[in-house]
Design a protein. Structure first.
Length: 580
């Protein structure tokens, strides 16, 4: 098909234009970057400004511009410092935002790691703007959950404590060999001749190799300490015969966890508290893997401080319904906790007189766990009488308290529990469904939080409570989905839980900023709704040109024409225009 069929270029690349555009004219009046710039000007930057030294060097770029560039790139899925440097120079919206200032990747990297306390204050300000009272409707509560995001570490570099010990022994042998080599060079009677023979570069190589071995030894020792600590937690909780923990050497703070797409990899478990009414993130943190459930009271309290008013409901999944959390949220002044609970106890168990046995025809309705021949009656099949401090089995026999022991959660917190045991199970017709292994009597365990679990279970079996809890997944899981898919954040770039927490805060501040921008009526449009009355549409480039600017350009053209006219009166046209 002929070239004449296709649309012609409006602005040819190698031609210059008399009417140049300003940055202001090249950005649409309702461009999102304008809304973003106005949003950042509502933030108090005095804490950031106070961190700069004013007694030396060139004037720095204002922190609003550096932080704004990081947030805007994060919203668009550009998370690395080098991509931010490229965007700041090539992306027209950011060129307008920075007004031509240049920021290199090292500045972005240093900035993101340095201003930790100021970043938390920025997060608080942006969270309050995103959850402002004017937008609040529905349930006054927060949804809390965590997700898995890959750490900046290779899964093949994870090692057990025993493997780390062997690797440390190898490093020690290599280090000793290097030191012996350096001692032989130092002890040489003709050192200068030895240097001429071996070369000075060889000595420098030995020194550099020694430094590398020392750095590797420090990393291995750090990973070994973490591996032994995690092994001890597992042994205290599950017994001595547990599988040894593998720790990523590059980032020991990460945990080797299963991926949703399959396999295992080093991961962090960042957490969010999301306002149910506005969808704003009110709290964000990266706890240690064993402390995820224990952080729930702190997260809810921090969310209430950012909202600057009490929270009535806290929604979390079943992993957070631990005994300490249930007891904490029962205290006066605390919000109501909504989390999955046990299945309701069948009516056949709730008999008026627990000393009477369950009818034979109802034995099949008793709660059991396991499959086939290994199925056994669960604790829910036994009735607890608080006044007597006794359990009654389905046959009406009493299980009395036999002892007390102190146990420990994986988080390290201790708690008390008691064992209730029957005097004799001889002749019981349910013994085959109740006793396991070679046991001759049945026992039931009850800890200090069981009463809180039972009250929580009774509350969550109410349809109203279940309807409130159903609000959690769309809000919280939707937030994680947007961060991972729309913002493209699926892997941390930094290492160490402190740095990872800072990186997670930047992502959450960007999310809240995007939440605010999406609520504005003009955000995201690329063309104005109405053409301004004081503007003319340029024919050449399709952009808006002001009347004042057009008058100035016309005056310049007239001046150039008059100059050529005066020159033509005194000089032959042949000489001026090279006419043949």
């Amino acid at each position: 098909m002929k070239d004449s069929y296709w649309a012609k270029p409006i602005m040819v690349r190698h031609e210059s234009w008399l009417l140049g555009q300003t940055l202001e004219e090249r950005i649409a009046p309702d461009a999102e970057i304008r809304q973003f710039d106005a949003l950042l000007r509502r933030v108090d930057w005095s804490g950031w400004e106070a961190s700069y030294r004013r007694d030396r060097g060139q004037p720095p770029i204002h922190p609003r511009l550096v932080a704004g560039t990081i947030l805007f790139c994060t919203l668009r899925g550009w998370h690395s410092s080098r991509r931010m440097e490229k965007a700041a120079g090539d992306w027209l919206e950011l060129v307008w935002f920075l007004e031509g200032r240049k920021i290199d990747h090292s500045t972005f990297c240093y900035f993101r790691k340095t201003f930790r306390s100021q970043l938390e204050e920025l997060f608080t300000q942006m969270a309050r703007l995103a959850a402002r009272p004017a937008l609040r409707e529905g349930i006054n509560g927060v949804g809390v959950d965590g997700t898995r995001i890959r750490a900046n570490s290779d899964r093949h570099g994870a090692r057990t404590a025993a493997s780390l010990v062997r690797r440390l022994e190898q490093v020690a042998e290599q280090r000793k060999a290097v030191l012996d080599r350096m001692d032989r060079l130092d002890a040489s009677e003709a050192l200068e001749e030895a240097l001429d023979t071996t070369g000075i570069e060889n000595v420098e190589t030995l020194v550099e190799g020694l430094k590398a071995l020392d750095a590797q030894r420090v990393k291995l020792e750090t990973a070994l300490a973490v591996a032994r600590a995690r092994d001890k937690i597992k042994q205290d909780s599950d017994g001595p015969n547990v599988t040894a923990t593998r720790v990523p050497v590059s980032d020991p703070d990460a945990h080797l966890l299963p991926n949703k797409e399959g396999g295992y990899a080093p991961n962090y478990t960042p957490m969010l508290a999301v306002d149910l009414a506005s969808g704003a993130i009110l709290d964000a943190r990266v706890p240690d893997g064993a402390e995820e459930a224990a952080t729930l009271p702190e997260i809810v309290a921090a969310s209430a401080l950012r909202l600057e008013r009490p929270i009535e409901a806290a929604l979390a999944d079943g992993n957070f319904a631990s005994g300490p959390n249930l007891k904490h949220f029962e205290q006066p002044g605390q919000p109501t906790l909504y989390a999955p609970a046990c299945e309701p106890v069948p009516d056949v168990v709730k008999r008026e007189n627990p000393r009477e046995p369950v009818a034979v025809e109802h034995w099949g309705d008793l709660p059991m766990s396991g499959k086939g021949d290994k199925a056994r009656l669960t604790r829910e099949a036994f009735v607890y009488e608080a006044g007597e401090d006794v359990y009654y089995c389905p046959q009406g026999r009493a299980l009395r308290r036999k002892g007390q022991e102190q146990c420990k959660w994986k988080s390290g917190e201790t708690y008390l529990r008691w064992r209730y045991q029957s005097e004799s199970c001889a002749g019981c017709p349910l013994a085959s469904r109740c006793l396991s292994g070679k046991a001759t009597t049945r026992s039931v365990i009850r800890d200090e939080y069981q009463s809180s679990r039972e009250r929580h279970c009774a509350r969550m079996n109410d349809p109203t409570a279940r309807a409130i809890y159903a609000r959690r997944a769309p809000v919280v899981e939707g937030t994680f989905g947007y961060i991972k898919q729309a913002m493209g954040f699926r892997r941390f770039l930094t290492r160490g839980r402190g740095n990872v927490t800072g990186e997670w805060l930047w992502v959450c501040v960007a999310f809240n900023a995007g939440k605010i921008l999406r609520r504005l009526p003009a955000a995201g449009r690329t063309t104005p709704q109405h053409k301004p009355k004081s503007a003319l549409r340029g024919v050449a480039n399709g952009q808006t040109v002001s009347k004042d600017r057009l008058k100035a350009a016309a005056g310049a053209v007239l001046a150039i024409w008059m100059a050529f006219a005066l020159l033509a009166r005194s000089t032959p046209c042949r000489a001026v225009f090279r006419v043949a």
